[in-house]
Design a protein around this ligand. Structure first.
Ligand code: NAD
Length: 396
């Protein structure tokens, strides 16, 4: 069939297999162009491996470190006229490219929060790897069924007082205002349950108990802090409460597993258009302005540039460069004084009439479409394509 984008609010309901493949191959080419990554990551587990920062991490591990990878994701294959989710197509392409490079790559599609998937992963590590030496935790999920069998749902709200600010209406690219309600205590608690550190720690404890962690294993989880402009909805909001819990968890894991030399890091990344971030109100307007400012200053990066820098420049695998909190700062360029001063100046001025001039609306939408495999150069979108694509490690 011919697959075209079907956009609904901040989601695209279709994905293009050839476009997703192109996106993955572009990321691989970038990693290759930056050269080999020193350090010892040879057997890597990526939890949340199929899109955004997790996909970029798997690509850097495989094509920068020549690591074998096991990935965990929650994606849907194609069914009838419904295309697969982009993460499905990305993973099919990733495995194909990894195989061509003689790299092991297997993927488990299931709920990473569940004990079953943890057990299945441990079994796969035991059988195929023996042990892992790097664990990347890159989940972004709206809900989690925890070991107490309660399903917690995360909300994107502020804490304290309700908050009103400018907002980009993604339906028609107009700038209006949006009021974000304050969360209840229960909503904050539930968001921390979903996006905080509890599940990361459960993963690390399960891997440690099963004795499938090498000595000195590195584990990293991704966080975001962002600009003061978005503090009320992000860092001081419900999701920020979850991130603060994640930060605390890094210290707990390192402390708990110090005899084995396991070190848990937080990498604070740049704000980027991904399926997870497009859903957060106010943030897309900030991103559109940020993209424009960072592109003008020639310091803009996407997921792959960020993660390659995490390994190469920040030396994730070998005593990484950290700040006073012990966090790796990939948001250094985003939060630099000159970028933030300019973003804040434009934020005051921005409205529907000048958004195209002050913000990078085109860049925002370009990234958005790329996530679903659309708008890729060299892909024939008029051609008939089969939406059913299999992932080689899941066949049979
Ligand atoms: P994303 O939506 O692109 O990726 C989420 C991944 O998690 C996908 O691989 C998905 O399949 C997987 N997943 C979701 N629920 C799952 C489940 N129940 N079981 C198994 N897999 C599941 O998100 P992203 O933006 O790359 O976010 C990854 C991490 O990076 C998050 O912790 C996020 O907060 C953080 N981060 C994002 C940004 C940003 O601007 N996008 C910035 C800094 C940090």
């Amino acid at each position: 069939m011919i697959i075209a984008p079907k956009v609904k609010d901040f989601l695209c309901l279709t994905a293009h297999p050839e476009g997703c493949k192109k996106n993955v191959s572009n990321q691989i080419a970038y990693v290759r162009s930056k050269g080999e990554i020193p350090g010892q990551a040879k057997k890597v587990l990526v939890i949340g491996c199929s899109t955004g920062y997790g996909l970029a991490s798997r690509i850097v591990a495989a094509f920068g470190c020549h690591a074998d990878t096991i990935g965990i994701m929650f994606e849907k294959p194609a069914k009838g006229k419904r295309t697969a989710t982009p993460g499905w197509y990305n993973t099919a392409a990733f495995e194909k490219f990894a195989k061509e490079e003689n790299l092991y790559a297997k993927t488990i599609n299931g709920d990473a929060f569940s004990q079953e998937v943890k057990d299945q992963t441990i079994e796969m590590i035991r059988k195929d790897f023996g042990k892992v030496d790097l664990v990347i935790y890159s989940l972004a999920a709206p809900r989690r069924t925890a070991p107490d069998e309660v399903t917690y749902r995360s909300v994107l709200k502020t804490t304290g007082e309700e908050f009103t600010n400018k907002n980009l209406n993604l339906k028609d690219n107009t700038v209006g205002t949006k009021t974000i309600p304050a969360a209840t205590k229960e909503e904050i608690h539930d968001t921390v349950k979903v996006m905080g550190g509890e599940d990361w720690k459960l993963w690390m404890e399960a891997l440690s108990k099963a004795d499938v962690l090498e000595e000195n294993t590195v584990t990293v989880a991704y966080s975001y802090i962002g600009s003061e402009l978005t503090y009320p909805i992000y860092f001081e909001g419900t999701i920020g409460a979850a991130k603060k819990d994640l930060h605390k968890t890094a210290q707990e894991i390192t402390e708990e597993m110090k005899e084995k030399g396991v070190h848990a890091y937080i990498s604070v990344n740049k704000g980027l258009v991904t399926q997870a971030s497009a859903a957060i109100p106010i943030v897309p307007l900030y991103m559109a302005i940020l993209y424009k400012v960072m592109k003008e200053k020639k310091v803009h990066e996407g997921c792959i540039e960020q993660i390659d820098r995490l390994f190469l420049q920040k030396q994730l695998l070998d005593q990484p460069e950290v700040d006073e909190h012990g966090w790796i700062r990939l948001d250094d360029l985003e939060l630099s004084k000159d970028v933030q001063t300019e973003v804040k100046r434009r934020w005051e001025l921005v409205d529907t009439d000048n958004i195209k001039e002050l913000g990078d609306i085109e860049g925002y939408w370009e990234d958005f479409y790329h996530m679903f495999g659309f708008g890729e150069e060299g892909v024939d979108y008029e051609a008939d394509v089969d939406p059913v694509v299999s992932i080689s490690s899941m066949e049979g």
